[in-house]
Design a protein around this ligand. Structure first.
Ligand code: PAF
Length: 290
């Protein structure tokens, strides 16, 4: 497994793989890996990528003032061992100064789909995400890039950017990987201590409650979202930031009768902000956001 620490090294690796005719898959991460990240590697391989690169970069521009950039968990040695075992071919680990050298002044901003939900709670967050992902795309030159569906709005932002800027990269969403008790895997779960860890189940419990209603025939979006919110709110340690029903493809707000809906929820459990989502019903074939 090759370790690449500068944009030039990443580009050289990508150029060499392309010259060999390899299909390149990219798995962008901020490190502190878990099984969810490793599933992204498998998805890239299953998508026919002969050369898979992962990136590890805790991107300062997507953290707001007072957020957890400094204390975001990091463990490079453990991450590299996990990626090696997963059969990754190269890991790109640029430093902050490599990504944002003195004088950096260019940002990528996706408008519509960045608004609301996490975009409302974390101003500037998706501008930072779009900017760093564009830079990773330009350095790694992938044919395919894989992102987790847990960050549902992020995935929609990246799809929009990829389409609007003609990157010509196939964006693949990988299903949420959950702990045995339903909690969606996240590097930030390490912050959940003691009772907060138990309480954190309330997000998925709410979403599974909505799924049970949907499976029993309920099709009113507001009822489904209301049930998810109510179940999450039964947990006294949780403070719901939002619970919303959105179109699974466009993420536009939905209300009334639906055939398919994505319910997204964000809540603080103690000091830790968590997000989760579930898509109920089938996406309409042929509809594609990218
Ligand atoms: O989802 C993440 O880990 C990050 O937001 C990403 C896509 C790697 C950009 O920093």
């Amino acid at each position: 497994m090759e370790l690449l620490r500068t944009p030039a090294a990443m580009r050289a690796w990508a150029d060499a793989r392309r010259a060999e005719g390899a299909r390149i898959g990219l798995v962008p991460t901020m490190g502190y890996l878990h099984e969810g990240h490793l599933s992204l590697v498998s998805v890239a391989k299953d998508a026919g990528c002969e050369a898979v690169a992962a990136t590890i970069f805790v991107n300062p521009t997507q953290f707001g003032v007072g957020e957890d950039f400094e204390k975001y968990p990091r463990d490079e040695a453990r991450d590299l061992a996990m990626l090696d075992a997963a059969g990754v071919d190269a890991v790109y680990l640029p430093g902050v100064k490599d990504m944002y050298p003195e004088g950096h002044q260019t940002f990528v901003e996706v408008t519509g789909v960045s608004r609301g939900l996490c975009g409302a709670a974390r101003p500037g967050h998706f501008r930072g995400v779009a900017t760093v992902v564009a830079k990773l795309f330009l350095a790694a030159k992938p044919h395919v890039a894989v992102f987790g569906e847990k960050d549902c709005q992020q995935l929609a932002v990246i799809r929009a950017m990829t389409r609007d800027l003609d990157f010509g990269i196939e964006i693949v969403g990988a299903p949420i990987v959950r702990e045995g008790d339903g909690l969606a895997m996240s590097s930030r779960n390490v912050y959940l201590k003691g009772e907060d860890r138990i309480a954190a189940r309330c997000l998925s419990r709410g979403l599974f409650r909505a799924k049970a209603l949907f499976d029993a025939g309920e099709r009113d979006a507001d009822t489904l979202v209301g049930a998810a919110r109510k179940e999450t709110e039964t947990e006294p340690r949780a403070k719901v930031e939002y619970a919303e029903g959105r179109d699974p493809v466009t993420l536009t707000p939905l209300s009334g009768r639906v055939d398919a809906v994505t319910i997204l929820v964000a809540a603080k459990v103690g000091p830790t902000r968590l997000i989760d989502n579930i898509t109920l019903g089938k996406m309409i074939p042929g509809r594609d956001a990218s």
